[in-house]
Design a protein around this ligand. Structure first.
Ligand SMILES: CC(C)(COP(=O)(O)OP(=O)(O)OC[C@H]1O[C@@H](n2cnc3c(N)ncnc32)[C@H](O)[C@@H]1OP(=O)(O)O)[C@@H](O)C(=O)NCCC(=O)NCCS
Length: 158
């Protein structure tokens, strides 16, 4: 199928569109300065998808330092997917998969050795997306979300 969207880095002009997609798609919403802080610190991993000149999806991430898994040993840089969403009308066209792949390239740029994220245990589209990208469930966080739902931590070696 012909790809109908293109990816590009987030710019400050995209802030309102991205915040709107975040509000429509996810219960975890943030103030404007939170988005701008992630953009300023990690521009390579804050990416938007555009279709017909309109933003239909975004991904934003943070690079952290923490204990390694996968037998990597010691402290490593990790890419943490903070938020990813695609508008309902833009779904099942590979947008999220493309956003994840581009963000993981950005994580490589920052020399991250692995990528991880939290996902609601009932979020079948999300869990399926990450499994397709060869993420594995590394643990479950009980009551992680503010409504009490559990999260899977899913991880992939970069
Ligand atoms: C999860 C989400 C980002 C997926 O976006 P998308 O652009 O539709 O995903 P893609 O088209 O790239 O799908 C890639 C793969 O993910 C899986 N997938 C995506 N949506 C799915 C669904 N509704 N049911 C089952 N599998 C799904 C499939 O394996 C799919 O590959 P396929 O279409 O070849 O079968 C989107 O549904 C969304 O924004 N949901 C609300 C926000 C959210 O849950 N974000 C993640 C929080 S951790």
């Amino acid at each position: 199928m012909q790809q109908t969207f293109k990816l590009r880095k987030f710019t400050p002009d995209d802030l309102q569109s991205v915040m709107q997609i975040n509000r429509v798609c996810l219960p975890e919403n943030y103030m404007d300065f939170f988005f701008m802080d992630l953009h300023q610190r990690f521009p390579e991993t804050f990416i938007v998808a555009e279709e017909n000149g309109k933003i239909v999806g975004y991904i934003m991430c943070r690079i952290e330092v923490g204990l390694a898994s996968f037998g990597l040993g010691g402290l490593v840089r990790k890419g943490h997917v903070v938020s990813i969403a695609v508008l309902p009308q833009g779904r099942r066209k590979g947008v999220a998969q493309a956003l994840m792949t581009a963000a993981m390239e950005g994580m490589n740029y920052y020399k991250a050795k692995l990528c991880y994220l939290e996902v609601r245990v009932t979020n079948d589209p999300g869990v399926s997306l990450y499994k397709k990208l060869e993420f594995e469930v590394s643990r479950t966080l009980n009551g992680y979300y503010s409504d009490g739902e559990d999260a899977y931590v899913m991880t992939k070696k970069l």
